[in-house]
Ligand binder design. Sequence first.
Ligand SMILES: Cc1cc2nc3c(=O)[nH]c(=O)nc-3n(C[C@H](O)[C@H](O)[C@H](O)COP(=O)(O)OP(=O)(O)OC[C@H]3O[C@@H](n4cnc5c(N)ncnc54)[C@H](O)[C@@H]3O)c2cc1C
Ligand code: SF4
Length: 322
Amino acid sequence: MLRLPSFIYLQPRSLAEALIMKADAGPDGMFVAGGTDLYPNMKRRHQEPKTVISLMGIPELRKLEGGNVGTCVTLTALSNFPSFQRSAVATAARLVSTPLLRNMGTLGGNLCLDTRCNYYNQGYEWRKSIDFCMKKDGHICWVAPSSPRCWAVSSSDVAPVMVAIGAEYRLIGPQGERVIPAGRFYQNDGINYLTKQPDEILAEVRLPAPDGWDAVYHKLRRRGSFDFPVLGVAAWVQWKGKNVAAARIVLGGVASYPQEVPEAGAALVGAALSDESIAAAAEAAYRPSKPMDNTDFDLSWRKQMTRVYVTRAIQELRTRIR
Ligand SMILES: Cc1cc2nc3c(=O)[nH]c(=O)nc-3n(C[C@H](O)[C@H](O)[C@H](O)COP(=O)(O)OP(=O)(O)OC[C@H]3O[C@@H](n4cnc5c(N)ncnc54)[C@H](O)[C@@H]3O)c2cc1C
Ligand code: SF4
């Protein structure tokens, strides 16, 4: 059985207190929310904080009002919130793992989720037996041995939706507060996959007002009741009558960040959603979709499925035209 190492556990009651605790703990301190990602990772010695600072007792982070969502709202609460129920955000939250994990797991933890790889998501002894890898304790990437970077996969279900709908993230750190578009929170590097500084707290997600746009999320995984996405497709459309004024297609599970494919969105703009424009968007999304051989299923099949899932996602959007 994997066991947690010992650590100091702190429970701040305010954001200011949490920042002071993190400053005192230095690089050995980490924030935790539901713990459904961090604690398994600590058991496998991926992350080894000496001090763990829980954000769950900070009332400001539990707020769920209108389009502003505190990051310690659980995935269950998010997916059950009446005004969200039919939204892509709720769909993605509902598709995360199992009910037990959604009851514990939070929006913020999901958006900051560690990237995943078959050579990394293993116990310490397993990783030691291959002399570790670049992401933790080693020097080489076993997926692409000549690569200078890590290709671990962004595996959050909700993050691609946030990028697609153009949500904004409010971050609070020792230097103050900043608000950035969701797309700028992520970068395509399996190790440094967030632009957030370690001492910054993701405090709030601001969802755009519902003014003539629609979004959907489709997920590919082996077991429908449990698994991480090996492909996620978030599709967003701004309508102008029955035509598309703007569109974004964002892929999850194929890169180290939620990957927007601008060419796929552009293929939909300026006309109604026809079979032809949907096929053009699916083809445009297929080309840059480059899954690596480090998660479930055969990678060439996963690439092929990009076309299928993008097609299905946009077809669902077409059914929403008023
Ligand atoms: C068996 C299993 C299956 C899973 N399946 C899925 C799945 O299908 N899809 C999916 O998306 N996820 C999945 N997960 C991952 C995880 O359960 C969810 O992503 C969950 O939402 C993480 O939230 P949390 O609050 O538990 O995160 P935590 O474990 O508390 O935190 C995760 C990371 O985010 C940081 N963090 C958390 N909140 C903040 C904040 N407010 N500010 C700054 N940093 C923060 C932590 O320091 C940590 O590094 C699965 C996990 C398990 C164990
Ligand atoms: S992609 Fe390479 S470096 Fe990154 S976790 Fe996997 S094996 Fe390690």
